[in-house]
Design a protein around this ligand. Structure first.
Ligand code: SF4
Ligand code: SF4
Length: 249
C-alpha cells in the first residue's frame, strides 16, 4: 500500500482536530496537540509570519484569556524557575502597568465572563484599544519568560480559526488577517485547513478545571496570588476575585 504523504497526514490531523482534542486526557496532551497542529498549519501556509519569534501578540491589547488550570502551570513555573529577584521584578512591572489602569483590566475581566455574542466583541473593541501601552507581564527582554508553560491561547495565535457566530475569524493579528485574505483571493476560494480554537477552549474549561473556576487575564491571576508583596506558594484555582477588585497592587 502506498504510504500517505506527509502533507496528507498534516491535513488529516488538522481536519480531525476536534476529535483529537476531545480524546486528550490532560492539559499536557492538549499543549502537545496545539503545538503539533500549529506546526502543521505553518507548514501548509508558508506566508504566515508567526514562526519568526514574533512577540507582537504579547504586547498591547492582545491579552490571552487563561483558565485556572493553565494559570496553575504558569504560577508553578514562576515559583520553580524564576529567582526571588525575578519574581520581585515581575510584581513591580505588573504593578506599574496595572495600578494606573485597574478599572480597564477589570473591565476586560468582566467582559471575558460574558457569553460569546457580538455585544461581547463590541465591548472588547471599546476597552482593548485603551490598553495599547501595556504588555503581558511575562514578556521579559522581548521573550516569553514562561514559554514552556505558556497558555493555550498563546500557542494558537496565528494558526487557528475562532468562531463567534455568525462569524468565523482568523485567530491572528490584523496584519496576518490581511495577508490571509490576500492569499484566499489569490487561491480563488475561502477554504482553509485550520483547527478551530473554540474546540480547545471547551475542552480545557470543561475537563481540566473545577466547575466553578473561571478564566481571566494573567495580570488578574497574578494579582490574586500576591500576598505581602510576594507570590504565594500555593495555587488557588477559584480565588475570590472580588476581594482584589480595584485594589492597588
Ligand atoms: S498573529 Fe501576528 S503578532 Fe501574533 S505571532 Fe503571529 S505574526 Fe506575530
Ligand atoms: S504568556 Fe508568554 S506567549 Fe503568552 S502573551 Fe505572555 S509573554 Fe506572550
Amino acid at each position: 500500500m502506498k504510504p500517505i504523504s506527509e502533507t496528507r497526514q498534516k491535513i488529516n490531523r488538522v481536519q480531525q482536530a476536534k476529535h483529537l482534542v476531545r480524546a486528550t486526557q490532560s492539559l499536557d496532551e492538549v499543549y502537545v496537540l496545539l503545538n503539533q497542529l500549529s506546526s502543521d498549519v505553518l507548514d501548509m501556509y508558508p506566508h504566515i509570519a508567526c514562526r519568526s519569534m514574533c512577540n507582537t501578540c504579547c504586547k498591547g491589547n492582545s491579552m490571552p484569556t487563561v483558565s485556572a488550570a493553565e494559570w496553575e502551570r504558569v504560577h508553578q513555573y514562576l515559583l520553580q524557575y524564576y529567582t526571588e529577584d525575578q519574581r520581585k521584578a515581575l510584581i513591580d512591572r505588573t504593578r506599574e502597568m496595572y495600578n494606573p489602569r485597574k478599572a480597564l483590566y477589570w473591565a476586560v475581566h468582566d467582559t471575558i465572563q460574558q457569553d460569546p455574542t457580538p455585544e461581547k466583541l463590541a465591548a472588547f473593541a471599546e476597552i482593548l484599544p485603551q490598553l495599547m501601552e501595556t504588555q503581558c507581564p511575562m514578556l521579559v527582554d522581548e521573550k516569553c519568560s514562561v514559554y514552556l508553560s505558556r497558555p493555550a491561547k498563546c500557542r494558537a495565535h496565528g494558526t487557528f480559526l475562532f468562531v463567534l457566530p455568525p462569524h468565523v475569524q482568523f485567530h491572528a493579528c490584523e496584519s496576518e488577517i490581511e495577508k490571509m485574505e490576500t492569499f484566499l483571493q489569490e487561491q480563488g476560494s475561502r477554504q482553509v485547513v485550520m483547527p478551530v480554537w473554540n474546540d480547545f477552549e471547551v475542552k480545557i474549561n470543561s475537563d481540566f478545571n473545577p466547575p466553578e473556576a473561571i478564566s481571566t487575564i494573567l495580570p488578574i491571576w497574578l494579582l490574586s496570588h500576591i500576598q505581602n508583596g510576594e507570590l504565594r506558594p500555593d495555587t488557588v484555582l477559584t480565588p475570590n476575585f472580588e476581594h482584589f477588585r480595584l485594589q492597588d497592587l
